[in-house]
Design a protein around this ligand. Sequence first.
Ligand code: 13P
Length: 384
Amino acid sequence: MPLIPLRPLLAATQRYGFAQGAFNVNSVIQAEAVIAAHEMFRSAAILQGADLANAFMGGNADFLKGTLEDKQRGARLIGEAVKKLSQDSPIPVVLHLDHGKDFASVKAAIDGGFTSVMIDGSHLPFAENVELTREVVQYAHERGITVEGELGVLSGVEDDVFSDQSTYTNPLKAVEFCKKTGVDCLAISYGTKHGAVKGENVQLRKEIVIAVTENLKHEGIFGVLVSHGSSLVPRYIVEKINQLGGTIKGANGIPMEELKSVIKAGIGKINIDTDLRLAVTRNIREYLAGNNSAAENPALKAIAELMNQKPEQFDPRGYLVPIMDSFITGQTTDPQVLDIFKRIKQGVQEVVGTLIVEFGSVGSSAKVEAVSLEEMAQRYQRNS
Ligand code: 13P
């Protein structure tokens, strides 16, 4: 079926009390794996490309310095691929921009076929965040596209989104923000953190979720809360990476029970990136360690060298540069690179499958209204 906006999926999470994982992808093969895992569980799917992931998919290996042109190319590439995958799929699929940096990046994603966007103005003073987000909401809603805003600052590092200290979201400000901007969902800061080092036995500030959700209800404002930085950082995966030569230190994720408790309190979208990176890294290390012939393949040898140079690294974009183009597009004739693709897909499916079950989204595809962008645009207009 055609790609759908995020809004009807958000409405379903609110109505039926489950959460939907939103999984970050940097390539077509990862997108295929995310969709296949959701199909297996008849769950709706949210795929997200971060702003700078779009720059990577636009062909810039130095994606942290990605230009708008890189992002435009990348958004078109993943947009076209996911549109096709969705067309052939029995489940509703959303393609969402994660951490849109500015209006131009958001527009690049929408032009490329994304059906939902995040504008991250959380680093700005409140009034400026409201102004930027409102501008995006107006542009996006006219096109039926869903908008996620952010209020409060998470700590941790994710591409160029970083802060030494987190500032929890003020519930009263969150309600004011939703009212003034008209966002469909809001990312809040309540104890999660981007990356693999989140601290031991993290306890989430569930009261913030409850306070925002209750107050939105009382004010008659639609809004679902989004949990960024929510990877569980499975110990069994990190340990295996380190047994295979990796040096990931101090790794700790959000405990599953903590996440489950906030789903009931009002979190409907849960962002996962780190866990995917970890599972893919373990699988590639395992493949390289178990295949002596890999050392004779120049591309695989170069990947192994990059992994050895930075054993602490677990972002596939860092060490897959020697096969970057085929990784992004999924096109290759090299049988060993195909083997690597298979391992990447298996890693993605292991994480995604686990979380579809844990977050309660098994079977969610039947609960989500498949609304077209045109119909969604009309609904926004009627309600404005
Ligand atoms: P993790 O680093 O915990 O996977 O968080 C990802 C995220 O929030 C993407 O926006």
